[in-house]
Design a protein. Structure first.
Length: 597
């Protein structure tokens, strides 16, 4: 039997390694890849594994791990900061979506208890899939991404009482009834026990374990915390996932939170993958083939109801634009992996029959599969119908002054240069393309104007033609090069000093006859000098060594510039420079020793 289980595990791992990267390569979610693996290996596919129930039981620990990690992210402070986006938008999304889905489900003669649980379960979206898709598209920081994240957090919170409500509303065939008064009291008692232990004992336990400096014991303690709290709540008829979630919340403010998450995360990923595979194995293809109209109609109803609610919320509540609202609706209209847990528990407690679970699993799985294609379609639609270009920002009108210096870019480096010039009462004008940076600098009295210094008309309006010096200090190396080219082409008389990111960037600036100052050179040499002093070298010797290094480095930079387009010669020059520097330091030390009496 053990040998058979090992073969099953081998099949799981092999199929996952092959299929999941392929799905990711195609731009689809990993969840969909796992579902596909389960579908292929399961009793309705190749029948490699004929009994998925045992695997599903083990893989439920993955759901526990997921809920535990969700709890770790939901500290009271974070919830309060995002309260508007989480609780207002989230409650409206779940409530309105569940209401519409409830009405549809009641058309199929399901009891109100069953329809209510299923409607709320279907109203939830896939946290893993949505966040993954938004991250891949670099949209988490966009307005629709922020709204999606807040709603997903609320959905994660709603999922917990939803699981607790299933045995309350269902008639468990195993126990022959729902919760009794005694069972309710027992459940409340265990919940209070978990909270008290978490508040007063958990941190001390992890401190004691951390003192041992044994990572394996720390890992075992984290797993004990998750599984132990899950078992405690399961023993009184509540969800194991609820226990894991509570354990996460109670640990969220602990100094060990990040270490605990790091220890649990690998188990969560593997077991969640196993869970999705097991769910895929339960998808009943004959049922889908026999009822294609019902299944596809269910998918259409799910996507339409949730998308309509999300689009309206995006416009009305979140205040985002139409395109952002469409992206919010397109990314979150899908069903979620938590619905699989809801369906499984609903069957367990007699709320629905197995055939309904099969139908709903298929509906959610197809909705997840369609989501990447929906987003691709929206992106194509936006490209075909681009928004009218926003009016270019109105740059500041620069007064008719006569600055001796113009500073292009007023970030960290530009501000220091500006302070030095101000201290010597040297008139200058600074140009900066960041509105926030301009507003901040003006509070301190800086002569700074909003404008893009990489535009010729902005440079002219800053009277660069009458200035003695242009200092290019933008953060972006390519922007610096663009400004330098403009200056050389249109103001050839002007002396230009530019910030260089590294040696290669310095060479490109030197091609334009611009004085290049590498941004980390002098600070690095200063740190090196302090290191010499910290290691016992006399201060005057350390300062002389730093000076020798700078002089030698500038000499080498000039020599390497002549061969910077020849990689072999550049490498040879670098090796020779190391030897020269060592000889230079040795000679200096000998001269110093010889000069001592």
């Amino acid at each position: 039997m053990a040998h058979s289980g090992l073969i099953d595990l081998l099949w799981f791992l092999l199929a996952s390694v092959l299929a999941v990267p392929l799905f990711r390569r195609l731009g689809l979610s990993a969840v969909l890849g796992y579902l596909f693996v389960g579908l292929v290996l399961g009793p309705f596919g190749l029948r490699v594994i004929s009994s998925p129930e045992s695997m599903l039981t083990i893989s439920e620990f993955g759901v526990m791990m997921m809920l535990f990690v969700i709890g770790l992210e939901l500290s009271p402070t974070k919830l309060w900061q995002m309260r508007q986006r989480i609780f207002v938008a989230g409650s409206l999304q779940v409530g309105l979506s569940a209401l519409g889905l409830f009405a549809v489900l009641r058309l199929f003669d399901l009891s109100w208890q069953s329809a209510l649980i299923l409607a709320v379960g279907l109203a939830l979206s896939s946290t893993a899939v949505v966040l993954q898709l938004l991250a891949e598209r670099k949209e988490l920081a966009e307005p629709h991404g922020k709204s999606a994240f807040g709603i997903l957090l609320f959905q994660d919170i709603v999922a917990i009482p939803l699981l607790a409500a299933i045995p309350l509303l269902g008639q468990s065939r195993a126990s022959g009834g729902g919760f009794t008064g005694t069972m309710v009291l027992e459940a409340i008692g265990v919940l209070l026990l978990v909270v008290l232990l978490g508040r007063f004992a958990m941190r001390r336990l992890f401190r004691a374990v951390a003192w041992t400096q044994m990572r394996e014991i720390f890992t075992a303690t984290a797993l004990l915390l998750v599984i132990g709290t899950g078992w405690l709540l399961h023993s009184v008829g509540l969800s194991m996932g609820l226990g894991a979630f509570l354990a996460g919340v109670l640990t969220a403010d602990s100094e060990f939170r990040h270490e605990i998450e790091a220890q649990v995360d690998p188990f969560k990923g593997l077991l969640l993958g196993l869970f999705f595979i097991s769910v895929g194995m339960t998808i009943n293809l004959p049922v889908i083939a026999g009822e294609p109209g019902l299944i596809l109609g269910g998918v259409a109803a799910l996507l339409a109801i949730k998308a309509l609610v999300l689009y309206a919320l995006g416009l009305r509540q979140a205040g985002i634009g139409r395109r952002q609202a469409l992206l919010l609706a397109g990314s979150m209209a899908l069903g979620g992996e938590f619905a699989f847990v809801v369906f499984a528990d609903s069957v367990k407690y007699g709320l629905i029959e197995t055939v309904w679970r099969d139908r709903l699993v298929a509906v959610v799985g197809i909705s997840i599969a369609l989501t990447p294609f929906i987003l691709i379609g929206l992106q194509a639609l936006f490209k075909r119908n681009p928004e009218p270009e926003a009016a270019e920002p109105a740059y500041d009108a620069i007064e008719d002054s006569h600055p001796r210096v113009v500073i292009a870019g007023f970030g960290r480096m530009g501000q220091i240069v500006g302070r030095m010039l101000s201290a010597r009462r040297i008139p200058f004008i600074a140009l900066e393309s960041s509105v926030d940076q301009v507003a901040m600098s003006r509070k301190f009295g800086s002569m700074i104007y909003f404008g893009d210094p990489s535009r010729l008309e902005v440079l002219r309006s800053a009277h660069v033609a009458q200035a003695e010096l242009l200092i290019i200090a933008a953060d972006n190396p390519e922007v610096n090069l663009k400004i330098a080219r403009l200056a050389r082409r249109h103001f050839p008389h002007l002396r230009v000093i530019a910030r260089a990111r590294n040696r290669q960037h310095a060479f490109r600036l030197m091609d334009l006859n611009v004085a290049a100052i590498r941004e980390t050179l002098y600070s690095s040499v200063e740190i090196g000098k302090m290191a010499f002093i910290g290691l016992g070298m006399p201060q005057d010797e350390a300062e002389r060594s730093a000076k020798l290094f700078l002089e030698h480095d500038e000499h080498i930079l000039a020599e390497q510039y002549l061969v910077h387009d020849n990689e072999a010669a550049l490498v040879a020059s670098t090796e020779e420079a190391y030897r020269e520097l060592e000889a230079l330091f040795d000679a200096d030390r000998k001269n110093r020793d010889g000069a001592q009496p």
